[in-house]
Design a protein around this ligand. Structure first.
Ligand code: URA
Length: 231
C-alpha cells in the first residue's frame, strides 16, 4: 500500500510514478464500490469511480452516472459518452488517453440532479483523484463540476474559457447531454472543446516556469581594496 499522504504537501517530493498512481486509484475505486457515505448506494446498482490513464494530462469531470453507467460501473458509456468520445477524437485523443470521472459516484434515482449533501459526501473522492492523477488540465462537464471549482459562476458566462487554478488550467464546458438535448449547444460544445489543446500547452508553460530554479542573486560588488591593489 502506498502512503497517499506522502505526496500531498511536500514541495520537493518526487512525482508519483504511473504504477503508484494506478495502485492508489485502484484502492480509491475499491472504497467507492463499498461507499455508504450517502444514501445513493441504496438505490444504485454499483459505484462508478472513473477510469482512464492514471497519469493523464487531462481529467474530465461529469455530473453523476446515468442508467448505462450504473449498469456497467463505467463513466460516460451511454449517448453522452459517445458524444464525448467524438469530442475527444476531434482533438486527436481517445478515452484511454484521458481520465474520466464524475462529481458523484453513484447514480441518483431517476437521473435526478445530485443533492448538495450527496455532492459534499462524495467530493473528497474526486479531490483525491485530482491529487493522485495531478492532471495539467481539468475539463468540467456541466454546472455541478464547474461549481466545485467556480462556485456561484454561470456556465453560460464562462464556458470554453480556460482559467488558471494553481499550475493547472480548468476549462468549463456544457454537459454533453445538454448539447444532445438542445441542438443549438452542439456547436458551442464542439468549439469549446478546441480550447483544450491550447490549455494543455499553457499548463505546460506554467509548470516549466514553476520548475525553473530561482534566479541567482546579483553578485556582490567587487572588493574595493582588491581593485586598488591592481594598480
Ligand atoms: N453523465 C455524467 O455526468 N456522467 C456519466 O458518467 C454519464 C452521463
Amino acid at each position: 500500500m502506498i502512503d497517499s499522504r506522502s505526496y500531498s504537501s511536500a514541495v520537493d517530493t518526487p512525482p508519483l510514478t504511473r504504477d503508484a498512481k494506478a495502485e492508489l486509484l485502484r484502492e480509491l475505486a475499491d472504497e467507492v464500490k463499498h461507499c455508504q457515505k450517502c444514501p445513493l448506494y441504496k438505490t444504485a446498482l454499483r459505484g462508478v469511480p472513473g477510469e482512464g490513464d492514471p497519469d493523464a494530462e487531462i481529467l474530465l469531470i461529469g455530473e453523476a452516472p446515468g442508467w448505462h453507467e450504473n449498469q456497467q460501473g463505467r463513466p460516460f458509456v451511454g449517448a453522452s459518452g459517445q458524444f464525448l468520445e467524438q469530442l475527444l477524437a476531434s482533438i486527436g485523443l481517445t478515452r484511454k488517453q484521458v481520465f474520466i470521472a464524475n462529481i458523484v459516484k453513484h447514480r441518483p434515482p431517476d437521473n435526478r440532479d445530485p443533492m448538495p449533501d450527496e455532492i459534499s459526501a462524495c467530493v473528497p473522492y474526486l479531490d483525491r483523484q485530482i491529487e493522485i492523477i495531478d492532471p495539467k488540465v481539468i475539463v468540467t462537464l456541466g454546472r455541478f463540476s464547474m461549481n466545485h471549482f467556480f462556485p456561484g459562476e454561470k456556465i453560460s458566462r464562462i464556458h470554453g474559457m480556460a482559467r488558471r487554478h494553481g499550475n493547472r488550467l480548468i476549462v468549463p464546458m456544457y454537459h454533453p447531454a445538454a448539447a444532445l438535448h438542445q441542438g443549438s449547444l452542439r456547436h458551442t460544445v464542439e468549439d469549446d472543446f478546441r480550447a483544450v489543446p491550447a490549455a494543455v500547452a499553457e499548463a505546460n508553460k506554467l509548470q516549466a516556469a514553476a520548475a525553473m530554479p530561482p534566479p541567482e542573486p546579483p553578485a556582490p560588488p567587487a572588493d574595493p581594496a582588491k581593485q586598488l591593489s591592481l594598480f
